[in-house]
Design a protein around this ligand. Structure first.
Ligand SMILES: Cc1cc2nc3c(=O)[nH]c(=O)nc-3n(C[C@H](O)[C@H](O)[C@H](O)COP(=O)(O)OP(=O)(O)OC[C@H]3O[C@@H](n4cnc5c(N)ncnc54)[C@H](O)[C@@H]3O)c2cc1C
Length: 387
């Protein structure tokens, strides 16, 4: 591979590739050309999104500027989107109609919100992902909600993202003396599936205290609007979808081996099962050897392993494996500066949990804020991320 690896292409500037940029800034193989393709020069940090909605953070506090990181790493940054790929030809197709050939490819393009049941809502639908769009749309939604008496927002999805967004939105609207109403529609899988009963109870209490209606039914869109599984029409002026992830559509025809849901199948080194010159990590991949949740925690922790494996592929050397921890710490923001901690069966809540989460989130952001100091000071262990 040493001779062949002349052009490393990094598709997507997500959580994983931050570590790759970090590594390349420290050690760049001679003669290697590297290109980063990213739809925007910024990487928005989902962990701080609820705090931004609630009004605790500014936009600049929640996003990482990829340009100085790329510059420090000697990486050419192209603002664009991958729209297709031919893995056998080692070729990417971009949204401006151009193509780009690679000798080594790393994919960190994330996932998108699965809106299959809700797409018919058209303009009324706001999926949480892509995050770039959500960050643009939320202030407009907020403005409309503030000027429309009795405005109704429905958040669909009972996972951590749905709970945090509903609570954050409620806090922000209450602070602004809005009469808007927020409902959380959760499917039959219930509130916070996968979390311990104590966490669910605490979240339920926070939702009740905020006056958020909880509706346990699957929602879908019809021509007349939102309809619950029992046929009830559900009034909603805006619907925020946090309905789980799905892979990006173009992966279906990329030529890589995929799992049954369409995610890129990778081994423990995060290398494609079908193409040795392709690596993938974060939400876009599925591990063939172990079941791994799609979370920022894994994306962040897999990043340094992926970075070292790219280097080993280029320079020669052994590949490392990423071993996901059995449990992850989750810190759920509840609107005001208060949060719930979830670790296996253990849970806790309070302002101190918020301060804990805030410290972890800010430390993560600071790691990538100033290329010189951050890159030399941070270690992979400091990527302990709230979730
Ligand atoms: C509201 C919310 C809160 C969350 N909070 C947490 C949390 O606290 N903790 C946690 O562990 N997880 C959290 N998650 C989940 C977490 O956001 C994801 O698991 C994590 O972002 C995955 O990282 P990634 O690097 O795979 O993808 P991303 O961080 O999404 O990065 C993917 C990148 O690829 C880019 N991209 C997309 N399409 C293309 C394309 N076609 N071409 C090129 N680039 C492309 C995107 O612009 C993006 O920059 C949250 C999710 C949401 C929605």
């Amino acid at each position: 591979m040493t001779q062949a690896a002349k052009h490393l292409v990094l598709a997507g500037g997500g959580h994983v590739h931050l570590s790759v940029l970090e590594m390349l800034a420290q050690r760049r193989p001679a003669g290697l050309e590297t290109t980063l393709i990213t739809p925007a020069p910024f990487q928005n940090y989902s962990g701080m999104l609820p705090g931004w909605i609630a009004g605790h953070y500014t936009l600049d506090e929640c996003r990482i500027d990829l340009r100085p990181l790329a510059e420090a790493a000697g990486v050419r940054l192209i603002v664009g989107r991958v729209t297709g790929m031919d893995a056998d030809q080692h070729r990417l197709h971009l949204d401006d109609g151009s193509t780009m050939d690679y000798s080594l490819l790393s994919l960190d393009v994330g996932s998108e919100t699965d809106t299959a049941d809700l797409a018919a809502l058209g303009e009324r639908l706001l999926p949480v992902k892509p995050l770039d769009d959500f960050f643009v749309q939320w202030p407009l939604l907020m403005a409309t909600a503030l000027e429309t008496p009795g405005f109704r927002i429905s958040v669909i999805g009972g996972g951590a993202a749905g709970v945090e967004i509903a609570l954050a939105a409620s806090h922000r609207l209450r602070e602004a003396d809005s009469t808007a109403r927020i409902d959380l529609v959760i499917s039959e899988t219930g509130l916070l599936p996968g979390h311990a009963a104590g966490v669910v109870k605490r979240a339920q209490q926070s939702l009740n205290k905020a006056g958020i209606g909880i509706h346990r039914a699957r929602a879908r869109a019809s021509e007349s609007g939102l309809v619950l599984a029992d046929g009830t029409q559900f009034p909603a002026d805006k619907v925020i979808a946090t309905t789980g992830a799905r892979p990006l559509g173009w992966l279906a025809h990329c030529g890589l081996k995929l799992d049954a849901r369409g995610y890129i199948l990778v081994d423990a080194h995060h290398r494609s099962l079908s193409h040795a010159d392709v690596f993938a990590a974060g939400d876009t991949c599925a591990r063939a050897d172990v079941r791994m949740a799609r979370s920022g925690v894994h994306a962040v922790h897999a990043g340094p392993v992926l970075a070292r494996n790219l280097l080993a592929t280029i320079e020669g050397g052994d590949l490392q494996t990423y071993q996901p921890r059995r449990r992850s710490l989750y810190l759920l923001a509840t609107g005001p500066r208060h949060a719930i901690a979830s670790w296996g069966r253990w849970s806790a809540e309070g302002a101190w949990v918020w301060r804990w989460k805030d410290r972890i989130d800010r430390r993560f952001m600071n790691r990538f804020a100033l290329p010189g100091s951050a890159i030399s000071a941070a270690t992979p262990a400091s990527a302990e991320r709230k979730c």
